[in-house]
Design a protein around this ligand. Structure first.
Ligand SMILES: Nc1ncnc2c1ncn2[C@@H]1O[C@H](COP(=O)(O)OP(=O)(O)O)[C@@H](O)[C@H]1O
Ligand SMILES: [Mg+2]
Length: 252
């Protein structure tokens, strides 16, 4: 029952898009829980949930169990531990003590047996919420946008992961880096992909997520790519990614 954190401290690199659509891809063959750790709650609304009773904030502050906050989505086998804007409070209220950084991991132990995969959609920062994700996760998936500044920030992110490994969580595994928003018609995108592959080799997933307006449109209808544009190149790419994720997790 692996927990996979989708992490990058940069915003707009495709974390939430990947968390939603990888979760939907995995849910076609596994039981999946998607945990929304971003106060912007884009994963929650993007999968079609609104007006939730309890959120991950209630879980982190001890007002609800994880079981009491999880809700089913309209995708079979895909449940969500939703976020609300209230979660911004947790980012401030939680401190950097080991105890506070273990809150999410502890809370998830109660629901872990119900799922084959738990995916965490992290916010774009290295505050208490992302650190909770790093401590709770077994594996990390790092989306990297195919743009000029792609490599910027990756070194810092890998440093932070190393520090968490050294202090709080020795077993934390980087499952892979995922190239997102690739546009193979542009030289820039091809160069960035070649560059990232040259630097990081086999750490980079073979699957590449194409830039397509379908992926940007789907969340405004509360749908995953499989319900919005099932034959699109993006749906095919996330299906291939799900296979790679299943393979890598089983070999780790
Ligand atoms: N492959 C893609 N093709 C086109 N648009 C994308 C793609 N991936 C993400 N987007 C869009 O880019 C923006 C940022 O993506 P998002 O997944 O929210 O990033 P993050 O969670 O890292 O901030 C969103 O508007 C999203 O719809
Ligand atoms: Mg996001």
């Amino acid at each position: 029952m692996p927990i996979v954190g989708v992490i990058n401290q940069k915003g707009g690199v495709g974390k939430t898009t990947t968390a939603i659509n990888l979760a939907a891809a995995l849910a076609r063959q596994r039981r999946v829980l998607l945990v929304d750790l971003d106060p912007q709650a884009n994963a929650t609304s993007g999968i079609g949930l609104q007006g939730v009773a309890n959120s991950v904030y209630d879980v982190l502050v001890g007002r609800s169990s994880a079981r009491g906050a999880v809700v089913p989505s309209r995708v079979p086998q895909l449940d969500v531990l939703p976020a609300t804007a209230e979660l911004a409070g947790a980012a401030l209220e939680l401190d950097a003590s080991a105890e506070d950084l273990r809150l999410l991991g502890k809370a998830l132990t109660g629901v872990r047996p119900n799922y084959d995969f738990i995916l965490l959609d992290a916010p774009p920062s290295f505050g208490a919420l992302t650190l909770n994700a790093l401590v709770a996760a077994d594996h990390l998936l790092l989306p990297v946008q195919c743009e000029y500044y792609a490599l910027e920030g990756i070194a810092g992110m890998l440093d932070t992961i190393d520090r968490v490994r050294g202090s709080l969580h020795g077993e934390l595994n980087v499952l892979g880096m995922l190239l997102t928003m690739a546009d193979h018609r542009t030289n820039l995108s091809q160069q960035v992909e070649a560059n990232v592959r040259q630097h990081f080799g086999r750490l980079v997933f073979d699957s590449v997520i194409p830039r397509t307006v379908r992926l940007a449109e789907a969340p405004s209808y509360g749908l995953s790519i499989y319900d919005y544009a099932p034959t699109s190149s993006a749906a095919v790419a996330y299906t291939a990614l799900a296979e790679e994720v299943i393979d890598r997790v089983s070999q780790a």
